[in-house]
Structure formats: structure tokens, C-alpha cells
Design a protein around this ligand. Structure first.
Ligand code: ZN
Length: 334
């Protein structure tokens, strides 16, 4: 039995037809975790859809109304890049409920993983990039609304910048704080790469995004920390920058909840990504985040976000490895 819960429903499936987003990945991950003995049926908990009040903690009433009544404009539908349907809206409401349940469980157990979610491209008033609503932001706002947390940190390792996350929590920005100009020498990636590190403090929710610079979204609203990685970044440089960003972020805020957006698309075989991480490197990424959080007693909720490997089995492996990494770190004694 796992020392934490996995949040999952067969209804996480996104009814989007034949699409680069492999909507069947959620069930495949669930089935693989059971078949491989990583998880038992009792490790899974089933979410309920978020209620509209939860959605409205993040999204505008006008946008929620359009989603619920099917009255998006043609341009708004196009921007989603997935075909609108009432069934799709229901799947997103369920994903948001799953993230709320994962946040709640993480606060009790130290961590929890939703085998779904991570829709970090949704803004308060519109959706884009396969994301209708921002399940992670909704979970954070719900936990704050219920008085369970005051502060949170998002650590977004999807290959695409978390533009929705940055925009949603930018409203709370209070002051700009420069990052240390000299990172710890042992963590300094090779100086040949033209990486950039931008910094700004974001009040009650601190947002970190590591992503490929030359990729969607074209407009990247500033996160608290953005790591703009050049094309082809590999395991070692990536892990050094992640370590650096976590250290910098945790020097600025000691959050009561860490929301890890564990995108599988920094993988070198990804169709929508241009980084060069290996499956092993991605698991080391997961381990690093879980180790840092555990060492500091920060609860971690995990969502999966993107993953578009040429072979969907690779995407499933990368996501399953996130569960295995959490098991290794959180089951270990001491
Ligand atoms: Zn992505």
C-alpha cells in the first residue's frame, strides 16, 4: 500500500476525439500502476466534480457561464485547441475536483497525486492550449478559502510555460526581488547556454516555471521565477536549474502547500517539446522535488499536465515514474 493517495476517475478521460493530447493516458497510467504492483486498488480515491463556487474562486462569472451554456465565440473555441462539448466541460470540472481532493489529501498525508489535471494554460476569463479551467489554481484558492493554507508554491515542470498560473497569481504580486546573481557554483549549468532567470515575488502564491523558451505560449506573463531553457536542454542542466529555482523560491517563501505540475513533455521524444530530457532524467526531476519538499515538511500535491511522446507508452512510463518516485521518497524512513 502506498503512504499516500492517488486521485483518479475513469471520467478524467477527455472526449476530444483523435488528438495529439492522448486522452487515454489517464486510464493507461491507472492500469499500469495496478498491473505492475506499484499501487493497489485501495490506494485510489475517486474525486467528485468541483462545484461552480470553487470554479468562481479563479474564473470570471462571464467565462463560467459561457462554458456551461456553450456560448463561447468561434475564436474562443479555436483558442482552446480542443473541440468544445458539454461532456468536455464536465471532465474539466471533475479534474478540478480531483485537484481539490489531491490538495486536501496532501495536507493530511504529506503528498497526493492526481492522475490527471495540471491545466496550467487556463486564464480567469478564457481557456487556451487544451485547458478550459485551471484546476490547480482552483485547488489552491479552495484550500485558502477553507482556511487550510495561506500560502502555496507552484512548481511547473511542463515544457510549456505556465502562463495561466502566472496570470492568475500575478494579481497578488507585491514587490520585485532580484534573484541571487551568482548561483551556487556546484549547481551552475554550463555557461554556453543562453538561459535566462527572471524573478518577481508573487505574494501569497509563489509561481515557478521551468520551460522551453522557444515554445508555446508566445506571450509568457512573468511567474515569480521563470527559467527560460534553450532548445535541446538535457538532464544535467535541467536538474541544476530546477535545484537552483527551488532553492531561490524557498528562500523567498516557505509555502504551506507545494503544487507540482509534473508535465511529461520535457522528454526528448515529445512531439510538442524541444528539450532533451531522458526518462531517467525526468524521474530524477520528480525525486528532487519530493526530496526537497519532504526535507522541509512541505505537503506536495501533484498533477500530470502534458505529455505527447511519439509512443504514448513513454508518456505513461514517465507519469508512472512520478508515482514511483513519490513512493520511494515518502515510504523511506528518516
Ligand atoms: Zn505542456
Amino acid at each position: 500500500m502506498l503512504p499516500f493517495k492517488l486521485v483518479y476517475s475513469d471520467d478524467y478521460y477527455l472526449p476530444i476525439g483523435s488528438h495529439v493530447f492522448p486522452a487515454e493516458k489517464y486510464k493507461r497510467i491507472h492500469d499500469r500502476l495496478l498491473a505492475s504492483g506499484v499501487a493497489a486498488p485501495s490506494d485510489f480515491v475517486t474525486p467528485r466534480p468541483a462545484n461552480d463556487r470553487d470554479i468562481l474562486l479563479v474564473h470570471t462569472p462571464q467565462y463560467v457561464e459561457k462554458l456551461k451554456t456553450g456560448t463561447l465565440s468561434a475564436r474562443e473555441e479555436l483558442e482552446l485547441e480542443v473541440p468544445y462539448s458539454p461532456e468536455l466541460v464536465r471532465a474539466f470540472w471533475l479534474a478540478a475536483g480531483g485537484s481539490i481532493l489531491a490538495a486536501d489529501n496532501a495536507l493530511h498525508d504529506g503528498t497526493a497525486i492526481s492522475i490527471g489535471g495540471g491545466f496550467h494554460h487556463a486564464f480567469p476569463d478564457h481557456g487556451e492550449g487544451f485547458c478550459l479551467i485551471h484546476d490547480v489554481a482552483i485547488a489552491i484558492r479552495r484550500m485558502q478559502h477553507d482556511g487550510k493554507i495561506r500560502t502555496a508554491m507552484t512548481v511547473d515542470c511542463d515544457v510549456h510555460q505556465g502562463n495561466g498560473t502566472a496570470a492568475i497569481f500575478a494579481r497578488m504580486r507585491t514587490a520585485r526581488k532580484p534573484l541571487p546573481s551568482v548561483p551556487p557554483s556546484t549547481l551552475t549549468p554550463s555557461s554556453t547556454a543562453s538561459k535566462e532567470m527572471r524573478g518577481a515575488h508573487a505574494g501569497d502564491v509563489f509561481t515557478i516555471s521551468l520551460h522551453q523558451k522557444n515554445n508555446y505560449p508566445a506571450w509568457k506573463p512573468p511567474s515569480s521565477i521563470d527559467i527560460d531553457l534553450p532548445d535541446g536542454t538535457g538532464d544535467d542542466d535541467y536538474l541544476a536549474w530546477l535545484d537552483n529555482a527551488l532553492s531561490s523560491g524557498l528562500r523567498q517563501l516557505d509555502p504551506e502547500l507545494l503544487c507540482y505540475i509534473a508535465g511529461a513533455d520535457p522528454y526528448r521524444e515529445d512531439q510538442l517539446g524541444g528539450l532533451s530530457l531522458t526518462i531517467d532524467g525526468l524521474k530524477k526531476r520528480d525525486q528532487l522535488i519530493f526530496r526537497v519538499a519532504r526535507a522541509r515538511n512541505i505537503p506536495v500535491m501533484v498533477t500530470l499536465a502534458g505529455g505527447y511522446a511519439r509512443d504514448v507508452e513513454d508518456t505513461v512510463t514517465i507519469h508512472c515514474n512520478t508515482v514511483i518516485a513519490a513512493k520511494e521518497v515518502f515510504a523511506a524512513k528518516g
